[in-house]
Design a protein around this ligand. Structure first.
Ligand code: HEC
Length: 153
């Protein structure tokens, strides 16, 4: 084999390796910027809250009860993500879980009041529920986004 051919092969192999590692790097970067499953769960919670408001306007207490129960039993992120979130919360983990628990409880109360068709009670319970959402957002949203999304948010 001529020296020129050997050099060409070495160069091509080198280029292939560089291209492959670039690909790996790009994928790693994509992983870090991809939204967590929690964001989709939150977006669905946001939609649920809008549906509840619509139900209140129509005095459709069955709808309010049904959706409040969906909020109370909202899906959880996959286990691997849960571990990442809990490790992010670190020493504040019980605070984070506590906020989540308050949201679940408030949603359950809302469902109960809606079952009694108590309109004013529903509005009160709904605002209590909103307060539990806000409490966690005020405490954790900023640091959560900085931790998981950094400047890529
Ligand atoms: C235990 C903490 C916690 C509770 C309780 C909580 N959230 Fe969130 N929520 C978060 C965090 C953290 C984010 C930021 C997620 C992100 O940016 O990926 C967020 C973001 C959101 C967003 C924005 C999603 C987006 O597209 O940026 C919505 C909407 C939302 N939450 C709705 C709700 C509603 C409605 C409730 C109450 C029924 C609620 N959340 C309760 C932690 C919580």
């Amino acid at each position: 084999m001529r020296t020129a051919s050997i050099i060409r092969i070495i160069l091509l192999t080198g280029l292939a390796i560089i291209a492959a590692s670039g690909q790996v790097f790009a994928e790693t970067l994509a992983d870090t910027t991809e939204p967590l499953a929690l964001r989709k769960i939150m977006q669905d919670l946001g939609k649920n809250m809008q549906t509840i408001i619509d139900g209140i306007s129509r005095e459709d207490w069955e709808l309010v009860e049904k959706i409040a129960l969906q909020v109370a039993d909202h899906p959880q992120p996959p286990l691997v993500e849960k571990v990442r979130i809990l490790s992010f919360a670190g020493s504040n983990v019980s605070k984070f879980k506590g906020y989540d628990g308050k949201t679940h409880d408030a949603a359950r109360v809302l469902a109960e009041v809606a079952a009694e068709k108590d309109g004013h009670g529903v509005i009160l319970a709904f605002s209590e529920l909103q307060n539990t959402c806000l409490a966690c957002h005020e405490s954790f949203r900023k640091s959560f986004q900085a931790h998981f999304y950094g400047q890529f948010k």
